[in-house]
Design a protein around this ligand. Structure first.
Ligand code: HEM
Length: 448
């Protein structure tokens, strides 16, 4: 059951969606908005331009006037100085999606898509449904919203949107400039090189746009991606997507350090949301970057398969040697508790106490010109294979102000002992514009 938002787009209170609420029963009253446009969409949309399809789904739903799908608790504001989903507390669930612009789509389609996604993201992150929710004004038409989040609250949903390099350069060498933004390509936005041991699959790599949907509830994250995909129809198509569970990093000190599927605490030395100087130094694009990207970042995603069955046969000593930390407490092998800095110079019996090829040594800022990455990854399991092995791994996500920072650390990891147990099978890099101001659409400054 749905409830109307008031004139400011604020639903009175969480209980307003419940049975017996006079507002809720009023929502059954036929609403004339969008009947003609949406009718055309439901009938096959043959006569509609791509932009009009998304517009039809959103028409009349202006900022926050979508219907309430389940109450107003757990809201992370979509608009702000930076996009949410980077330093906002990491939720437990992920649905990450990459999109490709359809052939023939140009600047108008890209701009209208970003406008429609901005409007939809603002609605969805408030726990509201798209358009008139489950109740179209004509029961012969499909509902505006796909419906599976009805009754659920906002679940701290964040939607973080990035732009792929090929939007600027075109797909092929010498391609024309379909979106008119070639001159806006930042110098730093170089493609990732290929790394030692990469086994990347094209079917889960790249994309013109990415949407990182994070939420407390997987259904809320999936609902968001599904509806954004639907709104994008005719302009962008879903290229690949990944579900994740169990965040593998903290971005706030209030959160406990989670564990990855090797059973180790992950995210201990991550950049936290209160480390403002380090966020400026390592994560946010500043005045030295292009104007349209300031306050933004670059998102690297790496789908890393973990051969957990082999790992599970390694002794505890071996596992701890590989990582360079203890498994239970997560402290460096040189002691001092979980949050102590590893003592990379310490010796035990004449040998380095932390192996020269241990993961935390090679990834440590002191081995990488002081570089720190903001990691925000998730565990994943994509079923199992015929050998009885889980398709398990880490959907690694990091944010950095320059993709070269990720490249530097990943190249340092070439001798990593961990490499025997992992394979990078997917990859992507996107520029994540800064936060969306009042009345703006995401990425607007790119087109000014
Ligand atoms: C499946 C693959 C991986 C696993 C299981 C893994 C696991 C871990 C663990 C257990 C830690 C120690 C706790 C912590 O500080 O978070 C750690 C630290 C770290 N990892 Fe990874 N990691 C993986 C891949 C990567 C990749 C691909 C990168 C970047 C290219 C990376 C960069 C880092 C960094 C920067 C640190 C913190 C080092 C420090 O400041 O002390 N990791 N990782």
């Amino acid at each position: 059951m749905t409830a109307h938002a008031d004139a400011d787009g604020v639903v009175p209170d969480e209980g307003a969606t419940g049975a017996g609420d006079p507002e809720a029963s009023a929502s059954a009253t036929p609403r004339p908005s969008r009947r003609a446009l949406f009718g055309a969409f439901g009938a096959g949309a043959a006569g509609l331009t791509a932009g009009a399809i998304g517009g039809a789904l959103l028409a009349g739903s202006g900022s926050g006037s979508g219907t309430a799908s389940g109450g107003r608790s757990g809201i992370v504001p979509f608009r702000g100085e930076h996009q949410a989903g980077i330093v906002t507390p990491a939720q437990d669930r992920l649905h990450f999606a990459a999109f490709k612009m359809v052939d023939g789509a140009g600047r108008d389609e890209l701009v209208s898509l970003l406008r429609d996604w901005t409007e939809a993201a603002e609605i969805l992150t408030q726990g509201l449904a798209i358009g008139t929710g489950l109740e179209p004004s004509n029961a012969l038409l499909p509902p505006d919203d796909t419906g599976e989040a009805e009754g659920l609250n906002a679940g701290h949903l964040t939607l973080t949107i990035g732009l792929g390099r090929e939007l600027f350069t075109g797909r092929t060498e010498g391609a024309d400039d379909p979106f008119g933004i070639r001159h806006r390509l930042p110098d730093a936005f170089e493609p990732l090189p290929s790394f030692a041991f990469d086994l990347l699959e094209a079917a889960q790599s790249g994309g013109d746009l990415c949407v990182q949907a994070c939420a407390d509830d997987p259904q809320v994250a999936v609902h968001a991606i599904r509806n954004l995909t639907r709104i994008g129809m005719g302009r962008a198509r879903l290229a690949w997507s990944q579900l994740g569970f169990g965040r593998t990093a903290s971005t706030s000190r209030e959160q406990d350090t989670p564990r990855n599927l090797f059973g180790f605490k992950d995210g201990t030395m991550n950049i936290m949301s209160d480390e403002a100087a380090d966020l400026d130094a390592h994560v946010w694009v500043g005045d030295d970057g292009p104007e349209w990207l300031r306050g933004g970042s670059y998102l690297v995603a790496r789908k890393i398969l973990m051969t957990i069955e082999t790992w599970d046969r390694a002794s505890l000593d071996e596992q701890e040697r590989i990582i360079g930390r203890t498994k239970l407490v997560g402290e460096p092998l040189t002691g001092g508790g979980e949050f102590a800095d590893p003592d990379l110079a310490a010796l035990t019996g004449g040998e380095p106490a932390i192996d020269i090829a241990a993961h935390v040594r090679l990834a440590h800022p002191s081995q990488n010109d002081g570089i720190r990455l903001l990691r925000r990854g998730y565990n994943y399991v994509d079923g199992s294979n015929s050998l009885g092995q889980l398709g398990a791994g880490l959907f690694f996500i990091s944010f950095q102000k320059d993709p070269a920072a990720f490249v530097r650390v990943q190249q340092s990891l070439k001798p990593d002992l961990l490499n025997e147990y992992i394979r990078h099978i997917g990859s992507g890099l996107w520029a994540v514009p800064g936060g969306v101001g009042p009345g703006e659409f995401l990425g607007q400054r790119l087109f000014d």
